[in-house]
Design a protein around this ligand. Structure first.
Ligand code: DC
Length: 226
């Protein structure tokens, strides 16, 4: 193991099982867990709370630099707060989710987030012996030098079925949400095909347990653990 610990980077679109699998894998090894999507959600929530115009590129970048984001990185109980204010529920609301696109596609914001996420990954890996960080650009931009790099994919059908179950919404309503968000997200990150050196895991036909096993196997092969 390297002196600074093992960084596991997992990218992919929503509905692939990425979040639940990442948390389970981090728990398995006692690693820290970093939900980078929650960071974009938190910044969006904060800007709305501060009545910042989300289309004002420079104003949002300034907030990205200065806001007091506190990521709770225990995979059994990940939390998000700004200052003392917990926002775990607020950042999952549909009304907030539909506002994220201009924030997540703001290139100045992405540069700031990249640095904040990279720093967090390094410190968590050093503290816990490893970290599992999930998102859209972790394998390619935030930590292209991570010890383990995985892209989780799934057919649109499988993703829609999982998401509509989670959201208790119809497949058709979910399709509109998922397709729109993927399209917007894909304008700034490349997460639909694997970059060089990134292992693809297609979870379309896998149960949750099988997806976890597949990730553990990749980690085992890359690090000699597992
Ligand atoms: O994974 P999620 O739904 O919580 O992500 C929220 C938003 O943030 C989504 O629009 C994708 C974006 N995101 C991103 O652009 N880069 C990341 N590393 C993680 C998420």
């Amino acid at each position: 193991m390297s002196r600074t610990g093992i960084r596991v980077a997992i990218d992919g679109p929503s509905g692939t099982g990425k979040s639940s699998v990442s948390k389970m894998v981090a728990r398995e090894f006692g690693y820290g867990y970093l939900d980078t999507g929650a960071m974009y959600r938190a910044l969006t929530w904060w800007c709305v709370d501060q009545q910042i115009d989300l289309a004002d590129v420079d104003a949002v970048v300034a907030q990205a630099n200065s806001f007091d984001l506190r990521m709770g990185t225990d995979p059994s109980n990940p939390t998000v707060a700004v200052g003392e204010r917990s926002i775990d529920q607020e950042i999952r609301e549909h009304a907030l989710t539909v506002l994220i696109a201009p924030v997540a596609t703001n290139l100045g914001v992405r540069a700031v987030m990249k640095q904040r996420q990279r720093d967090l990954m390094e410190s968590l890996a050093a503290e816990h012996g490893g970290v599992v960080a999930e998102g859209r650009d972790i394998t390619t931009v935030v930590a292209p030098d991570a010890e383990v790099r995985i892209l989780m994919t799934a057919s649109e059908e499988a993703r829609l079925a999982r998401r509509s179950k989670e959201l208790s919404a119809s497949v058709e309503a979910t399709r509109a949400q998922i397709v729109d968000r993927d399209r917007s997200d894909a304008t700034v990150s490349q997460f639909l095909t694997a970059a060089d050196g990134v292992t693809t895991i297609d979870t379309s036909q896998l149960t949750f347990e099988q997806s976890v096993q597949a990730v553990l196997q990749v980690i085992g092969e890359a690090t000699g653990r597992g």
